[in-house]
Design a protein around this ligand. Structure first.
Ligand SMILES: NC(=O)c1ccc[n+]([C@@H]2O[C@H](COP(=O)([O-])OP(=O)(O)OC[C@H]3O[C@@H](n4cnc5c(N)ncnc54)[C@H](OP(=O)(O)O)[C@@H]3O)[C@@H](O)[C@H]2O)c1
Length: 420
């Protein structure tokens, strides 16, 4: 009895997931196969960047040409799955029809919108509602902020319609093309490797360094200079103007004083590893004001697996854990996406006995970021894959229960303000 109920639930939920996957692949086809593109392009003609429709006629036509055919394809593929269930699991075949019922709601709402019924627009076109965005792109379900990027950031990414699963699998959940990405600790091993990898992926990179000389990256064996800006710990506000133009800020600078425990070592470690990163993160948050900025801006913070495991360097652990906890606290209601980089040992000045290479680590970070992984773990230590998520979950829950939400207030003309 119980196993039969579980099988029914699996067929039911599976059929809904199936039609959602069909939707996303049909959409993908619309960007790569001309016959479907001719229909899909109507969907891209409809909206202005503030998500208001260009005009009513195009809005209605777009539903007949794009949304209705899409729902029909989902329905046909849902019926195909029902046929499979009929053949291999006849007792559960009715549950397998859930995907078709679910699709019918989309088909009828698309027909209603195509017919110009205003209530249908307001009730059902949820990812195209105009007005200020209230939250950054969400992780598992497509919200307006997420979908906006498909229209106005990169049409060859962010294909998903309801669940973000297909984008995660394909690496299209974050587009780096044309993004301005600034990296601190740029002259270090990981800094240089990140700059090179991101540049290869089509980003415009900026090296933020505490040194005076310009930073170079290795591209096909050649040393290529990149745009370099000098900054100093304690003078983070000097970067305010440049951060306005940055889409993704990667906070990567850090030191390891190893066995030291003097007052000076404590002060320096906290200033460099914790407080300068926190100050830059806050400064960057203050640059997130408009819908576009909420949709496209991100901060990535390199906290290290020392957040959850011993690093045999007490001050390094203390300062990286403090930074990690501050990020966990602030990202509960941050105005943009915040990712953590949880890295294991790689060879660099900071860790000469690290086992991974900076280049390899940088590539893994970027591969996981484009899959919208918010806690990017790259390590050889299997324990971290258990200890970090557990620590993050419970610390995040504790912070949520015992701290108050910052108001991300809404101001006029699609802009957001926060009390940062
Ligand atoms: N190597 C590892 O095993 C490992 C493991 C986990 C996490 N991490 C983290 O990864 C990040 C990069 O480290 P890495 O291994 O690539 O080490 P690295 O080669 O020593 O790079 C660290 C960079 O941080 C910047 N920095 C150092 N002191 C600074 C100061 N006082 N003020 C401002 N910037 C300063 C420097 O870059 P500029 O001169 O360009 O400013 C330096 O090159 C660090 O946050 C580190 O904690 C490393």
């Amino acid at each position: 009895m119980v196993s039969s109920l579980i099988a029914m639930a699996a067929w039911g939920l599976g059929s809904v997931l199936w039609v959602e996957v069909v939707r996303d692949f049909y959409h993908l086809l619309g960007h790569y196969w001309t016959p479907v593109y001719r229909l899909h392009v109507w969907h891209h003609r409809v909206f202005r960047p503030d998500l208001t429709a260009v005009n009513d006629t195009i809005y209605r036509q777009a539903h007949w040409y794009n949304d209705v055919p899409e729902a029909i394809v989902m329905l046909l593929m849902g019926l195909l799955l029902w046929g499979v269930a009929h053949a291999i699991a006849p007792e559960q075949q009715w549950a397998a029809l859930s995907g078709c019922l679910y699709t019918l709601t989309f088909l009828f709402s698309a027909i209603a919108r195509g017919s110009g019924l205003k209530w249908a627009e307001e009730l059902t076109d949820v990812t195209h509602r105009s007005g200020p965005f209230l939250t950054p792109p969400s992780r598992w379900f497509v919200n307006r902020t997420y979908h906006w990027r498909h229209h106005f950031d990169n049409q060859k990414a962010y294909y998903c319609g309801t669940l973000t699963l297909v984008d995660k699998l394909m690496g299209t959940a974050l587009s780096l093309k044309g993004k301005t990405i600034a990296v601190t600790g740029a002259s270090g091993t990981l800094g240089q490797a990140l700059l090179a990898t991101l540049q290869e992926r089509g980003a415009k990179v900026i090296a933020l360094t505490s040194r005076e000389q310009s930073v170079t990256v290795s591209v096909k064996g050649e040393s290529v200079p990149v745009k370099t800006i000098s900054w100093q710990v304690g003078k983070e506000s000097d970067l305010a103007a440049i951060l306005e133009k940055v889409d993704i800020l990667i906070l990567n600078h850090g030191i390891n004083v190893h066995g030291e425990r003097t007052g000076d070592a404590i002060a320096l470690s906290y200033e460099v590893n914790t407080f300068s990163s926190w100050r830059l993160m806050e400064l960057f948050f203050s640059t997130v004001r408009t819908n576009q900025e909420m949709a496209t801006k991100e901060v990535w913070v390199n906290t290290s697996e020392a957040e959850a495991n011993p690093a045999f360097s007490p001050l390094y652990e203390l300062t990286k854990r403090a930074l990690g906890d501050l990020v966990t606290l602030r990202r509960l209601d941050a105005p943009c996406v915040v990712r953590k980089l949880i890295l294991g040992p790689f060879k660099s000045n900071l860790n000469p006995i690290g086992v991974m290479s900076g280049e390899w680590v940088a590539k893994q970070i970027v591969n996981l970021a484009v899959r919208d992984v918010r806690n990017i773990i790259v390590t050889i230590n299997p324990l971290t894959f258990v200890t970090f998520p557990l620590k993050e979950f419970f610390v995040g829950l504790y912070f949520k229960l015992f701290s108050r939400r910052a108001d991300v207030g809404v101001v006029k003309s699609g802009a957001v303000s926060s009390n940062l």
